[in-house]
Write a protein that binds this ligand. Sequence first.
Ligand code: SGN
Ligand code: CA
Length: 510
Amino acid sequence: MKIPVLFIFAFLSGSLAYAQKRPNIVFILSDDHAYQAISSYGFGLNHTPNIDKLADEGILFRNAFVNNSLCAPSRAAILTGKYSHINGIEGNRDLVFDGSQTTFPKLLHQAGYQTAMIGKWHLISDPTGFDYWNILPGQGDYYNPDFIDNGVKGRVKGYVTDLTMDFALKWLNKRDTTRPFCILIWNKAPHRDWMPALKYLHEFDSTDIPVPSTFFDDYSTRTRAAHEQKMRIDEWLAPNYDLKENFEIEEPYQRLDDSWKAIFGRLNPEDQKIFEEAYGPENSAFKKANLSGKQLAIWKYERYIKDYLRCIQSVDDNVGRLTDYLKQNGLDQNTIVIYSSDQGFYLGEHGWFDKRFMYEESFKTPLIIKWPAVIKPGTVNKDMVMNIDLAETLLDAAKLKIPVSMQGESILPLLKGTRPGNWRKSLYYHYYDAGGEHNVAKHVGVRTDRYKLIWFYENNEWELYDLLNDKNETHNLYGNPEYKQIQNNLKEKLNQMEHKYQDRDMFKMH
Ligand code: SGN
Ligand code: CA
């Protein structure tokens, strides 16, 4: 049978035009990357030129939040666009993500997108909805890590952040160029235990990084939860695993020391030597100094923050590799590039590392999006947006129908520079992963642009903050007669939001 040439041409050019209209999507998600450690957020801690460039050429969100400040819960929420009590991943431990759920990659895939997932997944079940996946088992390793490549596990030589981008670029190179793509590039870095690439072991050596103003917070106005947590830098960082301060086994960090041995053992002997030599002189000086009290806490902070920032240098380098690739392949105009983290992180604020609490540093997360075809370069947005908004946003950008069961809002109008009149005025948060190694009590809460009400419901204790006058959240105003009306309004709001999002009725439970 002869098919008219004109018909073939019309079909091909039609499908090409369609493919071009739908944007490509690159979603880079790092693990525990605090916005304080991205230079375009203005904290002056480090320099991230490649991530900054995304912000310069796109939009930076100053008020992006998560539903539940923990790895697996945030990832499940990002994929499904739903709160934890609906998607089933309330905590990090032992919960298996039900991969039969509707997720944005699955819907994009059904609509003809090529889809891939590379890096840290952390949801126990295998990824679904992807043409290709290559993930780290569990938390993954920094050096010579194992990857599970479409189901086949094997050790790969190299540094995890570089390898994650190597795999991503390899897949991009082999893709079908006539169809749009969506690739998730989800880094392990800069998650604990902050193991830098060997080439960055001396970065920040001569930099003095002062502790944040709340480093010696005594939680005097707070409830039990802040006093009972186990995330203080001065107390809960392990001597070798976290602080690389000695390589002997020491109680009470037995579990961590064991895993440290396994982690360190992944390096070949020459590299182990480079590693030990990098920390050696400082460690000797530290032993001699015999520090205690505040000085010891500050020393630990410096060791922690420098390793954390060193890991971020590799993340930033690899963002640069990606943006170069897109440019060289003519893909930079109509590709949405998202840079975000699964949650924020404490960089010494309140004396802490880790996340979990609904206080700003961990409730907020960095969010930067570049999409030259749509976003005005250099836009800074202060509207309250959430991780659960991203699924709807990407479906919206791909001109697909958004399932009514998704619980976020598409931020596409904000990307286009318009703000819907009914944009959300309050946020709902629910953290469940109590006990465990960091011992943060369960809590729910509501945040408006000015106030935050937190309820540690198992302790039945409340905290109320006025973010305008107390940006560090050190003055709990709960029970203060001057704030009675505000307090009551926020309680009412919290109750309404539990209903809106179909969460358990916590008020009824008390
Ligand atoms: C590990 C870390 C914790 C961290 C959780 C959750 N300990 O258990 O410090 O809070 O992950 O992090 S470690 O000894 O194994 O490093 S998350 O990003 O996966 O939620
Ligand atoms: Ca995380």
